[in-house]
Design a protein around this ligand. Sequence first.
Ligand code: DMJ
Length: 643
Amino acid sequence: MTTPALLPLSGRRLPPLNLGASAFPHHRATLRLSEKFILLLILSAFITLCFGAFFFLPDSSKHKRFDLGLEDVLIPHVDTSKGGKNLGGFLIHGQGHDEHRHREEEERLRNKIRADHEKALEEAKEKLKKSRDEIQAEIQTEKNKVVQELKKKDSKPLPPVPLPNLIGINSGEPADPDIREKRNKVKEMMKHAWDNYRQYGWGHNELKPIARKGHSTNIFGNSQMGATIVDALDTLYIMGLHDEFREGQEWIDKNLDFSVNSEVSVFEVNIRFIGGLLAAYYLSGQEVFKIKAVQLAGKLLPAFNTPTGIPWAMVNLKSGVGRNWGWASAGSSILAEFGTLHMEFVHLSYLTGDPVYYNKVMHIRKLLQKMDRPNGLYPNYLNPRTGRWGQHHTSVGGLGDSFYEYLLKAWLMSDKMDTEARKMYDDAIEAIEKHLIRKSNGGLTFIGEWKNGHLERKMGHLTCFAGGMFALGADGSRDDKAGHYLQLGAEIAHTCHESYDRTTLKLGPEAFKFDGGVEAVAVRQNEKYYILRPEVIETYWYMWRFTHDPKYRQWGWEAAQAIDKYCRVSGGFSGVKDVYSSSPTYDDVQQSFFLAETLKYLYLLFSNDDLLPLDNWVFNTEAHPLPVLHLANTTLSGNPAYR
Ligand code: DMJ
């Protein structure tokens, strides 16, 4: 019987090879030469091994015992009649009797090896009878088994950790019908954003609401990591959108895979994915989120392999190779990126009991503490190879912002135990007030940018988050200046509201100036866009929580209405290119932070304060709530096993 020759993968046809009837009497071999060669090699290696084992087994007469895991030496027994001694319930046999037993045992083993050998030969013969497809299918099955095993190993439950006090995750319903209605409207907007993403962009990072398809940018690398799903989870949860939450959880469980050849932003992945997963874990208690967060964190760790330990901006999740953005001053890492890892990394150490994450972020802090700061300011750029500052540019907006935020929040998150972080925050804010914060001619307080000894009188939308930060840091401030910082927060909130109010759409531009008669207005065309950013609403919410001044709810409602009127399209929500134009064009992107932050802060603004109270929760820079860790009298690790 002959079978047709197989076509090798290379496409070159090889003649069939007959291994000979003596080796395989009933079958003429029809495998490729290379396959046969490999099989023969394996076979001969196996035979050599068996014979080797057979002849070189230890000689039992020279040894009192050889332990093959058999019960030949210590046998639980109490019968002492055959010359053995009973020691504590185990019988130790006399020597003559032993030798006889060992000879028998040796014979038994020889027979076993012979039988195994013959069985293996039979199996190998069987294998050669199979077609190439059958063999490949078997190999694939084996591979799948290994992958499954690895997956199981990877998703092993982590050691249980006592969860911190999770207060206020299901509350916040306002009694006032007007406020309730506004809150419901925000929830409806969330549903519109989610449903359209669900329908047109599911699994993609973001949505193009006009083209009605998936969207992504280089911060997420080149793979579909479902950024919107992960970013939106906790908002869905607090809004009580539990079916949607479950859909997201299911997608994450089945599809979120970090073993991809994709170069991602360490900062963005940390704040959106790790922050989002951790918050979802704390709110829902579902292990899958914690496991995924830890898996992902493991993939980010190679980014820290730099001469200084200051991480690269980007890392390839598969290879672990890191690098920095081409545009960043002389190959520098960015302050707001490497300085915005602390909250998530401390929680990772808490949940896993593994100090590796904590050590990484504390190393960054120690390094920064040792460095000279021009005018007490932190420049935005730091070279991870040399450990020297790059261009002397300081900003509380883009490139700097969340570094300051995380100093304050590290202190809050540690139940105010991390006084080192608080001191760094106080020092930094003092220098910022001195050099960057000014009042415009029209009386608007603004935060400018410091560029090589010169103050640029321009403020970014991103900088508007600082109003909320000043208010949040007021309590506990140096020299008891709580009133001063709450006031500063209110002034920034007012300025940012003006930047919205002075536009046609009542939505804020990306950046606005305080120069030559211009007050809180964008001048350059490429700074007139609004991309669904949260910072101004974020500040309204913090100010509302600390003052309960109704104007903050009023301002928040104005923003919500403007978003609904000008950014809502039938396929979701889109950014607009010019907030001063009465017929705006869309940028056709529904940013994941719109669901994570903008809509969450709006919802919280129209909820009672008992929803995620600030004494118990600290929001990461992507608005993902993480619980305060009450670490007094304990170590960082929440797991008693590590204490
Ligand atoms: C968000 O991803 C985060 O708030 C980040 O800190 C900076 N800005 C965007 C939204 O504007």
